[in-house]
Design a binder for this molecule. Structure first.
Ligand code: BV8
Length: 251
């Protein structure tokens, strides 16, 4: 594993960045940190809501226990996101979609900032907090379109109560999302892992799959993670600074 500061990248990565035809990027909360979105772990951040740790308030059990509290938690987060914009990391990744012959963006984030930066066909492993899903008929609707019943959105199609269209702890990922991401990871030459603490599974296994299939895996993070030792190269620093620098190196 080569560890280089954010002042330079290895010749191997520089040349791969020039020639790669199949690239995959996996992002986590760190890619949105410079947009002002709080991360969940690391850097002294431990997301807590009314005394409940993040892994509790964002768990499947809470839906039965207190659906209104879950909606209060997600409404609070959406409120904080309303004014936030994509940062240079999101924008650079959106540009890579046109730059490489075959490009896949897989995100653990639910904030929608990759799409706001112009990324298309994003594989959202953990859903999206701007959408709701009906408990009864399963329909998904943009939250902005829905009326509320005692703080809980009501399905336009069947009138049933809805939940955030987000994967909570203890829940399966959206059907096909992980499988598609794993397939792309098995076929990519170059895999970037940007802004994730790599502790949440099965998402954190995507770079492991890429590495096992022979991809060159590059981590972009100010801190070391459990994944760092598996990576071929670690670029230590902020995504909003390193990713544009990488693109300039190619230009
Ligand atoms: C599953 C949506 C199968 C919600 C999230 C018991 C029962 C069931 C399952 C489990 C169990 N015990 C463990 C599990 C597995 C569990 C898991 O992995 N738990 C962990 C905590 C150990 N996984 C699951 O439950 C998954 N489902 O396993 O299904 C199953 C089902 C039933 C029964 C058995 C098995 C579902 C996981 C999805 C949970 N939902 N989010 C919400 O947001 O409210 S996960 C949550 O963590 C977010 O999505 C987030 O994206 C994700 C990962 O976190 P990161 O993105 O990495 O963010 P983090 O803050 O941790 O790190 C930020 C990083 O950025 C840091 O490294 C930091 O240094 C860096 N950084 C900071 N600034 C910058 C930067 N990097 C670059 N630039 C910067 N400027």
């Amino acid at each position: 594993m080569q560890t280089v500061t954010q002042l330079g990248v290895s010749n191997k990565l520089r040349s791969l960045f020039e020639t790669a035809a199949n690239v995959l990027v996996l992002t986590g909360a760190g890619v949105s940190a410079e947009s002002g979105v709080p991360t969940f772990r690391g850097g002294g951040n431990t997301a807590v809501w009314k005394g409940m740790p993040f892994e509790i308030i964002s768990s499947a059990g809470m839906l039965e226990r207190d659906l209104r509290a879950v909606w209060e938690w997600f409404n609070y987060r959406r409120g904080r996101l309303e004014t936030l914009k994509p940062n240079p990391a999101h924008e650079t990744i959106a540009g890579w979609q046109q730059q490489f012959k075959h490009f896949t963006l897989v995100t653990q984030n639910i904030d929608g900032l990759h799409q706001a930066a112009g990324s298309r066909d994003v594989i959202e492993l953990h859903g999206n907090l701007w959408r709701a899903r009906c408990f009864d008929c399963g329909q998904r609707h943009e939250l902005r379109e829905l009326r509320m019943d005692h703080d809980v959105p009501v399905c336009i199609d069947c009138g049933g109560h809805m939940r955030p269209d987000v994967v909570l702890f203890g829940e399966m990922l959206p059907p096909g999302a992980f499988e598609r991401a794993a397939h792309e990871a098995e076929n990519c030459e170059l895999c970037f892992v940007v802004g994730t603490s790599a502790v949440v599974y099965p998402s954190a296994s995507i770079p492991e799959i890429a590495r096992a299939a022979g991809a060159y895996v590059v981590e972009v993070n100010p801190e070391a993670t459990p994944l760092s030792d598996l990576c071929d190269e670690v670029l230590t620093g902020k995504a909003g600074e390193i990713l544009p620098m990488l693109s300039e190196a190619r230009a």
